[in-house]
Design a binder for this molecule. Structure first.
Ligand code: AMP
Ligand code: MG
Length: 190
C-alpha cells in the first residue's frame, strides 16, 4: 500500500510538535492512521553513536558537511518506512554558516512528499514561546531574524514543490488557537 507522505516544518518554537501530536490523535479518532517520524531524532541517534554531540540542539552547530552526512543517513532510513507518515523536520536550519536546506535535492528524492506543510506564527509570538521553553536550547533571536527565517522557509518550500510536485500548505498556529490549526491540517490529511 502506498501511503501518504507529509512533511511538516516550522521554525523552532512555532509549536510544530504540538500540532503534529494533536493532528495524529484527531486523524486516528477518525479512522485515518498516521505515524509520526521525527527527522532530527534519526539524525541525533547517528550523531550520538558517533560521539559528535550529546544534545540534539548541538547538531545545528556542527560543520555543514557533517550535518549533511547525518541528514542523508536519516533520509535513507526514513525512506524505508511504509504507510501514512508525517515527518517532523525543518525547511531550513539556521547554522553558523547560514541557512542549511532541510531537504536538499538528494534528501527530497528519498522522501518524495505528497504535501509540504509550513507551520507559521507571528514573529513576536514565536519569540515569547522560545523564551518560556525550558526543555530546549533555543537560539536567542530577535523578531526580525525570526521573520527572515520564516520568509526563507517559504522560498525553500516553493523550490521543494517545484522539484517534487507536492502541494504547499501554510498552517497558522496562533496563540490559543491550536485546535483551529489541528482542524485545518487534519481536514487536508484525512
Ligand atoms: P527538532 O527537534 O525538530 O528541532 O530537530 C532537532 C535538530 O535536528 C534540529 O535543530 C536540526 O539540527 C536537526 N534537523 C532536523 N531536521 C533536519 C533536516 N531536515 N536537515 C538538517 N537538520 C535537521
Ligand atoms: Mg519539535
Amino acid at each position: 500500500m502506498a501511503g501518504k507522505k507529509v512533511i511538516i516544518t516550522g521554525v523552532p518554537g512555532v509549536g510544530k510538535t504540538s500540532v503534529i501530536t494533536d493532528t495524529i490523535q484527531k486523524l486516528a479518532d477518525d479512522g485515518v492512521p498516521y505515524q509520526s517520524i521525527n527527522f532530527g531524532t534519526f539524525m541525533f541517534e547517528v550523531a550520538k553513536a558517533k560521539g559528535l554531540v550529546q544534545d540534539r540542539d548541538e547538531m545545528r552547530k556542527l560543520g555543514k558537511d557533517e550535518q549533511k552526512a547525518l541528514q542523508r543517513e536519516a533520509s535513507q532510513q526514513i525512506a524505508k518506512i511504509d504507510g501514512n507518515v508525517i515527518i517532523d523536520t525543518h525547511a531550513s536550519v539556521k547554522t553558523p554558516s547560514g541557512f542549511l536546506p532541510g531537504l536538499p535535492e538528494w534528501v527530497l528524492r528519498d522522501l518524495m512528499p505528497d504535501v509540504f506543510v509550513l507551520v507559521e506564527a507571528d514573529d513576536d509570538q514565536i519569540l515569547r514561546r522560545r523564551m518560556s521553553d525550558e526543555s530546549r536550547l533555543r537560539d536567542i533571536e530577535g523578531s526580525r531574524s525570526i521573520r527572515e527565517h520564516q520568509e526563507f522557509n517559504r522560498a525553500a518550500a516553493a523550490s521543494y514543490a517545484m522539484l517534487t510536485g507536492c502541494t504547499v500548505l501554510y498552517i497558522e498556529n496562533a496563540d490559543f488557537l491550536l485546535t483551529l490549526s489541528v482542524e485545518r491540517l487534519a481536514a487536508v490529511l484525512r
